[in-house]
Design a protein around this ligand. Structure first.
Ligand code: MLT
Length: 408
């Protein structure tokens, strides 16, 4: 169910023959154009596009998906309804439906994410007139992403199910959606998967501060907001660095720890230099260049060739994150402390999981880390690379499910 708490006026537009392909159906490009035209028409009945000009900012589309549910033909009159689903400091998301006036059938739905950019191309605040036009309370779709204000950062979070909490912390340069398939079978648990500050659909913080401590403090504040006092924390790679920091800072909130495809050591001098190079690449060429470099390292060769949907998902996550957030994460990883000395102090049940073909963090690192944590168990999953929970979600979910069950 879609709860439209911030709908703005509908607009009505007719389909013309030049919107259609040779078979007389509205074609995809035309739909994108019509949804875009509808957005500007909606704005025209509100503050007008001048609102963006006046504040010297522009709403750039970061992501757009369209679902086609019925055919539309020339002469059809379509009613476009627009709803705000997320409002951050520099970004906002809209859900649009196109409904045939004659019979009320929805012919297409679109979800678009916008980031406001200033004259220098940097993210800038959503203009006040636009905020006021849409109102400030975004709607949420049941089971869809929610947006919570956490330490002044609009934070996107997926929450699924009821029961004891388990917090999933994504890696770099990914987002909360990496856990989607893994978490589905873990019923009986309240599964909480946020986007870290500056990544996915979470806002870029105004302060520009990024460190493992900042990320851990964000997570503790997020849990407090959801009135969660104790959680299992599961982090992949960078999410694991954060989970280790979380255990140090918020031990009393941690029921158990799951570390996947991660390591305890800090970056080596060469590793730090590599972070700087990567940050320069992202700054110069954008997140698409990062995707080209990282994809062959993140996934195992067999996943790369046999799992095109996973490849596409990873690419979408990488290219969907704001450049400032990616650079912030690189700085945070470069400056992260060495967690090796604190491993022997971990006194919660711990599971270490990795993929046999992880090219970024060899299996030996995971085994050594597990050996250093009192009582930790280590599971190596075959036919998986650095993104084991995405490449082998069923096997990984089973291992995690068994670990959770043993917690009693
Ligand atoms: C990650 O997956 O989070 C990154 O590969 C971690 C890293 O680069 O150290």
């Amino acid at each position: 169910m879609f709860t439209a708490v911030t709908s703005v006026p509908s607009v009505v537009m007719r389909v013309y023959p030049d919107d259609c392909d040779a078979f007389g159906h509205v074609n995809q490009a035309a739909f994108l154009r019509m949804f875009e035209r509808a957005r500007w028409e909606v704005l025209a009945v509100g503050p007008g596009m001048e609102a963006f000009r006046r504040s010297k900012t522009w709403p750039a589309v970061r992501k757009s998906t369209v679902e086609y549910t019925a055919e539309a033909f020339p002469g059809d009159v379509l009613q476009y309804d627009t709803t705000l689903t997320h409002l951050g400091r520099t970004s906002f998301s809209l859900h649009q439906t196109a409904r045939r006036e004659a019979d009320g059938v929805i012919v297409a739905e679109a979800d678009s994410v916008f980031v406001c950019v200033g004259e220098t191309g940097r993210p800038s605040a959503v203009p006040v007139e636009i905020r006021n036009f849409f109102g400030t309370r975004p709607s949420v779709r049941a089971g869809a992403v929610q947006h919570l204000l956490v330490r002044d950062v609009a934070t996107a979070v997926d929450v699924q199910g009821d029961g004891p909490a388990i917090l999933f912390v994504h890696g770099f340069p990914l987002d909360r959606t990496m856990w989607r398939h893994l978490v589905a079978p873990l019923t009986g648990w309240q599964r909480i998967a946020p986007d870290l500050r500056g990544m996915g659909l979470s806002d870029v913080p105004q302060s520009g501060r990024y460190s493992m401590a900042e990320y851990a403090d964000d997570l503790a504040a997020l849990l407090a907001k959801r009135e969660v006092e104790e959680t299992v924390i599961c982090g992949l790679s960078m999410g694991g660095y954060i989970a280790l920091e979380f255990v140090r800072r918020y031990r009393s909130m941690v029921r158990a720890l799951i570390l996947t495809n991660t390591r305890a050591e800090a970056d080596t001098p060469e590793g730090k230099a590599g972070r700087d190079e990567m940050a320069q690449l992202v700054e110069r060429e954008g997140a698409g260049a990062l995707a080209d470099v990282l994809l062959p390292k993140l996934l195992s060769p067999s996943s790369l060739s046999a799992m095109p949907q996973v490849v596409e998902h990873v690419r979408t996550m990488i290219t969907g994150s704001p450049v400032a957030g990616l650079i912030g994460a690189l700085t945070a990883m470069k400056d992260r402390p060495d967690s090796t000395p604190s491993l022997q102090q971990i006194d919660v049940p711990t599971l270490v999981v990795t993929g046999r073909e992880d090219l970024l963090i060899p299996v030996e690192h995971s085994r050594t880390m597990a050996d250093a944590i009192p009582g930790a168990q280590c599971t190596v999953i075959p036919e998986a690379g650095h993104l084991t929970p995405m490449e082998q979600p069923i096997a990984t979910s089973r291992v995690i499910g068994e670990f959770l069950e043993a917690l009693g």
